[in-house]
Design a binder for this molecule. Structure first.
Ligand code: NAD
Length: 257
């Protein structure tokens, strides 16, 4: 699978799933734009190291996905956007009657609204280029719910719905829009929660992973960032040209329960 000549823009990609997707896009030969809201030397160094590893052009562009104008500017600054991966996302856990308003607004802005803004600017570029792929990183929580995550679940169900609308608006063009729905993925963020959870439950690492973290994931294994990247690359392949407006679960069976 070669994505040579294509430019992939991945929101929220200086860590975790976004970074994993950046590596797989670069491995497939795409030019890559990585992004976050920070503007540190290490962000730009990260872009250089991915470029060196895979021999492709990689740029870091700072833009805060909680702000619509910055989300739009990210795509404009990228200059080309054949592959748009809407990945930036945050979480907050609280009962709905205690849910902080600022947290609700931030989750809806970053996890949902930013994808509206980036897609609105990217689609005309894709049309001009005569090819395009929109890949939204939703979640098992875009298809099912859990208590205390109302904003996240609203945003993830919302992005699944928006994916379908974009697919219908582009159905007769060589452009597709799909959502990947990961289950629990072992990112640095998740890894960092393991020691505290071990202490809290008085369990060893393996028991915490099986019985607490992966309680709802029948495979009892984390999905990996490489698997998310591989699925995104597949959605950019010719084999996936007629896959549009749908969700692909990479969740170890979570949504089969
Ligand atoms: P992460 O915290 O490692 O990555 C989130 C990324 O978003 C980071 O690069 C961060 O810098 C960036 N980001 C946060 N706020 C931003 C902002 N305002 N502007 C720009 N960038 C911003 O988390 P992750 O686990 O890699 O999550 C990535 C996506 O995958 C999210 O949309 C998340 O909801 C989704 N997801 C994750 C899991 C999981 O188990 N890790 C499961 C399902 C879905």
């Amino acid at each position: 699978m070669s994505l040579q000549g294509k430019t992939a823009v991945i929101t929220g990609s200086n860590s975790g799933i976004g970074l994993g997707i950046a590596h797989e896009m670069a491995r497939a030969g795409a030019s890559v734009v990585i992004n976050s809201f920070t503007d540190r030397d290490e962000d730009h160094d990260l872009a250089k190291s991915i470029a060196k590893e895979h021999g492709v052009d990689v740029r870091y562009i700072q833009a805060d996905m909680s702000k619509g104008d910055e989300a739009r500017a990210l795509i404009e600054k990228a200059g080309a956007c054949d592959i748009l991966i809407n990945n930036a996302g945050i979480q907050h856990v609280a009962p709905i009657d205690e849910f902080p308003v600022a947290k609700w607004d931030a989750i809806i802005a970053i996890n949902l609204n930013s994808a509206f803004h980036t897609t609105a600017v990217a689609l005309p570029m894709m049309r001009k280029a005569g090819w395009g792929r929109v890949v939204n990183i939703a979640s098992a929580h875009g298809l099912t719910a859990s208590p205390y995550k109302s904003a996240y679940i609203a945003a993830k169900h919302g992005i699944v719905g928006m994916t379908k609308a974009v697919a219908l608006e582009t159905a007769e063009e060589p452009i597709t829009a799909n959502a990947i729905c990961p289950g629990y993925v072992l990112t640095p963020l998740v890894e960092a929660q393991i020691p505290d959870t071990m202490k809290e439950y008085g369990m060893d690492r393996e028991t915490v992973i099986r019985e607490v973290m992966l309680k709802r994931q029948p495979s009892k294994e984390f999905a990996t960032v490489e698997q998310m990247g591989g699925t995104a690359v597949f959605l950019c392949s010719d084999a996936a040209a007629q896959i549009t407006g749908t969700t692909i679960s990479v969740d170890g069976g979570w949504t089969a329960l």
